[in-house]
Design a protein around this ligand. Structure first.
Ligand code: DQA
Length: 148
């Protein structure tokens, strides 16, 4: 099983970015913990991050060209307005799961209430920090009792 994780804008700043909202775990630690999770569950995980919409779209195409089994996508703020990412998810034959550390709909800014990519994704996991990612990976593997 090969899974690609794609992280969008500002997620590279985890640890120092609004820690009262996103927590103190750094982006590097997040990746290390997810790689340890993948190893424990005998998966191959590639993790990429970009602050640019076009690169995120290229990474979705890459997932299809390289025949990944699934993508976990935290499109960050692009979630709320990037129709080209919606189109890219629809354009590939790889299942994409939407992931968020927080639950955007429960946050105060009105623009976060809408996810324009949700309908193109096979599932959404949100509001559980790193566990949102682990649940998304487990979902793609079709496994309920992954060792978290
Ligand atoms: C986020 C939620 C988005 O609303 C926000 O723009 C982010 C991070 C999350 O993981 O909680 O950058 O996707």
């Amino acid at each position: 099983m090969r899974i690609l994780i794609v992280n969008g804008p500002n997620l590279n700043l985890l640890g120092t970015r609004e820690p009262e909202i996103y927590g103190k775990m750094t982006y590097e630690s997040l990746n290390e913990e997810l790689q340890a999770y993948a190893k424990k569950n005998k998966l191959s995980l590639e993790i990429r991050q970009s602050n640019l919409e076009g690169i995120i779209i290229d990474l979705l195409h890459y997932a299809a060209f390289e025949k990944f089994d699934g993508v976990c996508l935290n499109a960050a703020a692009y979630t709320h307005y990037a129709y080209a990412i919606y189109d890219a998810i629809k354009a590939i034959d790889v299942p994409v799961v939407e992931v968020h550390l927080t639950d955007p709909a429960r946050r105060p800014e009105p623009f976060r209430k809408v996810s324009v990519i949700e309908d193109a994704c096979v599932a959404t996991f949100k509001g559980e920090g790193i566990t949102s990612y682990k649940k998304a990976i487990a979902y793609l593997c079709g496994v309920e009792n992954h060792d978290h």
